[in-house]
Design a protein. Structure first.
Length: 301
């Protein structure tokens, strides 16, 4: 149990009233997710926006031609906001209430990183998809908020002589495709990009995190009130550019997978090739384990 799911829901409930304060940041990330749909010629008819907050991604799906979109969020207050524009439910990503094959598209923007059982959540997502349905998610990866994490650890160590986890652990790119494959998705792909956000005032970063419901919900965190000067000492350690701004990296992992279907391309059986790779490359083929002969050179005997 890495995360306290009750705290995750509570943070998102509080964020529902102020999420618009972080609209530029969330919209930039959501647009990156939606742009991935332009890479496929498929048109979807029934979509689920999982962890949809106030329904921004769901609205983007509707604008792209998906006629039926359901928003789902762990927070009832976020679900209520999303319901102003279309169907929405309060639902836990780890206990999805949808029938098998209910959707042909499931998307998730900045939500699945709070799941304690991410492989189990991915399996449930696959089960809600029709054969050849698409899953597409963006979640923060390893390296996200790295300067803030380091600054908080150093400041707390100086003040208290010990530390408490104050920034969530994140998955890395090497794990993402493996998780999709483990969950039974076909054609799994994972990639990453880094979105760097700059702030003149470090407190503006804290306000954005609170507005998105992204504050600390690590189960092992200290429940004591933080030292009064912790943030001040941490902010003083953040590196700044020539204009005095701090740069915060957001490493965005994009995960793509398809529900298995008989119509999908299958890898060829080993040994079924009709042409030799060596012939195509114009080289001499050597049996496995043999070394290619050294080319003679001046002075060779």
């Amino acid at each position: 149990m890495i995360f306290d799911r009750r705290s995750v829901r509570s943070h998102r409930d509080r964020a529902a009233a102020r999420v618009d304060e972080a609209a530029p940041l969330f919209a930039a990330i959501a647009e990156r997710l939606l742009d991935r749909l332009d890479d496929t010629t498929r048109r979807f008819t029934r979509a689920l926006d999982l962890g949809g907050r106030h329904g921004l991604v769901a609205q983007g799906l509707r604008e792209r031609g998906t006629p039926f979109v359901v928003s789902a969020d762990l927070s009832p207050r976020f679900a209520a906001r999303a319901a102003l524009a279309g169907p929405a439910v309060a639902a836990d990503e780890e206990w999805l209430p949808f029938a098998p094959g209910a959707f042909d598209l499931v998307v998730s923007c900045l939500s699945l990183h709070w799941a304690n059982d991410l492989p189990g959540a991915l399996i449930q997502i696959r089960q809600t998809l029709v054969p050849d349905g698409l899953f597409l998610a963006v979640l923060p990866g390893l390296g996200t908020l790295a300067p803030l994490r380091s600054a908080l650890l150093e400041a707390e160590l100086e003040i208290k002589g010990g530390v408490s986890p104050r920034v969530s652990p994140f998955a890395d790119l090497a794990d993402a495709a493996g998780l999709l494959q483990r969950a039974g998705f076909a054609l799994p792909v994972a990639d990453s990009e880094t979105l760097t956000v700059t702030y003149q005032d470090p407190l503006a970063l804290v306000r954005d995190l609170r507005a998105l419901g992204e504050t600390n919900a690590v189960a092992a965190r200290s429940r004591a009130i933080p030292p009064r000067d912790l943030l001040a000492k941490a902010f003083a350690r953040l590196p700044r550019d020539g204009e005095g701004r701090i740069a915060i990296p957001l490493v965005l992992l994009t995960m793509t997978g398809w529900a298995p279907a008989a119509s999908q391309p299958k890898p060829l059986r080993p040994g079924s090739a009709k042409h030799r790779l060596a012939d195509a490359l114009g080289v001499v083929e050597h049996p496995a384990g043999d070394s290619a002969p050294l080319a003679p050179h001046d002075g060779a005997r």
